[in-house]
Design a protein around this ligand. Structure first.
Ligand code: 5CA
Length: 444
């Protein structure tokens, strides 16, 4: 891709309306454009990153046996009246009427809709467990949308729902999602810590928020620092391994604001291990038993001939919020350098040829390299403008492709000036460059 033909509307300076670094960078490099308060269009650079995050989220859902569906954004109020949430949900729900005067709504979450889908087809315990998920736009009429796509009104979410016969089975499902969340965030190069949390309008009595540390985060958190050192690698997807993994996490105090009690914190955590800070909630999981299945009569036949309401949980990941969360975690604001983890980078590498008016040889070389990289599944962006080297490097530092090649005076034969963003330059040939990048990609 040539930058001159790309739709990457880069601004010279940070936009003044943005208060936090992710919002600044996303506007600055043209990843998003606000269309109205809390509602955004995703431009190519931002959309590419979000789609790559979505792919990782999807792969990890599939690995635990969850099945992907797609539910609509617009729902009927009927099912929400059945569950009793139509009134409870309040002003965050965008309510609309169709031409027949029917009450509809733009889905803020899908517990009711998925329960309706479930009950229409699944009648026996033999078909359980069922883990269903979808990745779809949601709308919540937030009272104070802010920080760009971090707290907006229309956002992209992965929401999953589990259906089981017993509380025990349901806990097994809950733990599968718990592990898959740890793995998902790790692949995004984030350390997300599970914290005991309130259940709010979703309901139930067991819930964890997955939080990444960031000063600009909206969630206050209180934790025993040692929780950061836990290792979940190697946990198998069986009941026992998952319980052991969960109990490791339960050993260490980690809660969000609404669960926090000063006395308990001081008693359970020694002074040197106490962490009071802020974070960004990137995922949230809930167990709520028959809160929806009972009023909506989603029951299955049990072995002895009896029937019982299914036990349900729901599991959300803020796919669009994650774009901002990764920037908060990785962007070096002072030096204006972004380094995307290669798993989600909009481009794997930036090629920066020094172009003189009468001499296109550097650009020709860049095009050739790009082609060869492409054939090796490496996605490159070429700065084909005639700006000077330092402004080109600055621009690419903002875009944040994890690697750069500079083609200029220093280029000798087939040795290129190659560097990982923010690191030392080395002179190596294209074969080695391909090897380095593909090795890095394979690790994610
Ligand atoms: N039904 C449950 C689980 S599927 C649910 O809706 N959970 S939630 O309310 O916690 O949302 C799930 C995730 O969506 C959150 O962890 C957060 O990452 C993201 N999210 C929630 N509200 C917003 C918002 N206004 N803007 C951006 N992302 C949001």
């Amino acid at each position: 891709m040539h930058i001159s033909k790309s739709f990457i509307p880069i601004l010279k300076n940070n936009p003044s309306e943005a208060k936090i670094k992710s919002h600044q960078l996303m506007l600055r490099v043209g990843m998003i454009k606000q269309s109205s308060a809390g509602i955004y269009s995703w431009l190519p650079l931002g959309f590419k990153v979000m789609k790559k995050i979505e792919k990782i989220v999807r792969e990890e859902q599939n690995k635990i046996g969850a099945q992907e569906i797609l539910m609509p954004t617009i729902q009927s109020s009927e099912i929400w009246k059945e569950s009793g949430r139509y009134e409870d949900y309040g002003e965050e729900m965008l309510r609309i009427k169709d031409r027949q005067d029917r009450e509809m709504l733009y889905g803020p979450t899908n517990e009711e809709l998925v329960t309706d889908i479930f009950r229409s087809s699944i009648k026996s315990y033999k078909s359980l467990p069922q883990l269903l998920y979808h990745i779809q736009w949601k709308f919540r009429d937030e009272i104070r949308p802010r920080f760009g796509i971090m707290r907006c009104r229309e956002f992209y979410m992965k929401d999953a729902y589990s259906f089981d016969v017993t509380d025990e089975d349901a806990l097994f499902s809950y733990n599968k999602f718990f592990l898959s969340y740890l793995k998902t965030f790790k692949r995004l190069d984030l350390t997300a810590i599970p914290m005991a949390a309130d259940t709010g309008p979703i309901g139930g009595n067991l819930s964890h928020e997955f939080i990444i540390l960031a000063e600009t985060g909206e969630s206050k958190i209180y934790a025993d620092k040692r929780i950061f050192d836990l290792n979940f690698e190697g946990t198998k997807l069986d009941v026992k391994s998952l319980l052991e993994m969960r109990s490791q996490y339960e050993k260490f105090y980690s809660v969000t604001d609404d669960k926090f009690k000063e006395d308990e914190f001081n008693e359970k955590v020694s002074e040197k291990n106490r962490l009071k800070t802020k974070g960004i909630e990137v995922g949230h999981i809930f167990y709520f038993g028959d809160k929806y299945s009972k009023p909506m009569e989603a029951a299955v036949d049990l072995p002895g001939g009896k029937k019982d309401y299914v036990k349900m949980g729901s599991y959300g990941i803020g796919v669009s919020r994650l774009v901002g969360a990764i920037i908060e975690a990785k962007y070096d604001e002072k030096n204006e350098i972004m380094k995307w983890p290669i798993s989600v980078a909009p481009y794997d590498i930036a090629i920066i040829p020094m172009i003189n008016k009468n001499d296109t040889s550097a650009l020709d070389k860049a095009n050739k390299i790009s082609l060869e990289l492409n054939q090796n599944n490496i996605d490159a962006i070429i700065d084909d403008t005639d700006e000077n080297l330092s402004s080109k490097v600055k621009k690419m530092n903002l875009i944040g492709a994890p690697y750069q090649i500079i083609i200029g005076k220093q280029t000798e034969g087939d040795l290129f000036e190659f560097k990982e963003i923010n690191k030392e330059t080395q002179k190596i040939n294209l074969k080695e460059i391909i090897k380095i990048i593909n090795k890095q990609k394979a690790q994610n």
